[in-house]
Design a protein around this ligand. Sequence first.
Ligand code: SF4
Length: 330
Amino acid sequence: MTQYDLSQYSVAELRALMVDMVDQNDRLHAIMKLTRKDKAQLASNDSLISQASALLATMAPEAPAKAPHKAPAKAKARKAKAPASFVFYRGPSALDGAPIVAIATLRSRNDKTSDMVQTWIMRDDVDPINAARTGRDSSICGDCKHRGKYEGIGALALRLASTRSCYVQLQNAPLAVWKTRNKYRDLTGQLDVAAEACAGRMVRLGSYGDPTAVPYGVWVALLAHCAGHTGYTHQWRSFPEFAAWCMASCDTSEERVHAKALGFRTFRVAPAEGWTLEGREALCPASAEAGKKTNCQACHACGGTQSKARVDIMIPAHGGGKAIVTGVAA
Ligand code: SF4
């Protein structure tokens, strides 16, 4: 195997290098009439990616420090004074600059996640149903393909019928939280208080909305004392720093290879029928297919590279749009 001297590279440079190499491999594979020289280049790129990946694993990411765990009695006293739900970010989306709001709700009856702190990331100026219908949800979902397909551009865009495959039911919790967004306590200028409210709790990054829409530093502050976290992002190509907290949401095997090369653990949604596990993947134990053995609060495998779990996770498509999930690139 070719050995490269990567010792002079920074974390950012190594990641950029890996993206370039993966892109080049994708292009060579797309052409498919590979010459001997192309194949040698592919092997060389793979070698470079794996050495860069191994080196990155030894370098400290720009990740939040693990929470020092407080004594239970102290945490209980602090929680008694904690706000029930609160706004922790209000400002431009890190994805496109449009106005968004991020809210934490401290109590949840969600069977799959159990009683985790839930975080809701939404457009501030338009309700989630209309935002999704007109494509303005790109401010909080980026280019996630589960949003559906749109006709028209800008203010005239409209989603085509039956193309949305996202499992989040917007008319339920997201709409209710959005409607009361101005009644929650505003902790945007007091993230230390917000972090105290999450102390010792499991936090779900993006119960609705992609965590990367909220600036990275806000999450660092919010998660400072939490017991753990789960999160998913479709924006893993652009925000590799979220690998510490989030799984890369993948819809195809090829995306999985790419995301892993960027340092992410992956969460793959497979077709509901005929699904199979790929190498180093485990079936989500809270899925119907696994017998709903546990919930996210107890499992917390989906905590990115900070999780103790090392395997990647797969879940067969579920929810109203599951028939649209094919497992192949659109
Ligand atoms: S693998 Fe664990 S943490 Fe991830 S979705 Fe399933 S139950 Fe939740």
